[in-house]
Design a protein around this ligand. Structure first.
Ligand code: SF4
Length: 71
């Protein structure tokens, strides 16, 4: 199962925090989309079940496939 969350608001004022996905908290600091170790600046994210199935029993069985490491 793929879950797509949120759509980024337009960034009209140059505020980096305004360019993040509302309601998405992420602490993956080494992702190129991470802002300040707590927010996501991707335009959308894709979350999947770890084993490729479509059902998870715990949050730790899911993960963000939009993740990209800093180069
Ligand atoms: S793309 Fe995924 S891992 Fe990267 S900052 Fe956004 S929510 Fe976190």
């Amino acid at each position: 199962m793929n879950i797509f969350l949120g759509t980024r608001k337009n960034n009209t004022g140059g505020d980096r925090m305004a360019n993040t996905l509302p309601g998405v908290k992420c602490t993956v600091k080494n992702c190129k989309f991470n802002e300040g170790g707590r927010l996501c600046s991707a335009s959308a994210i894709e979350v999947n079940v770890d084993n490729g199935g479509d059902s998870a029993k715990q949050s730790r069985e899911t993960n963000c496939h939009t993740f990209q490491p800093h180069m």
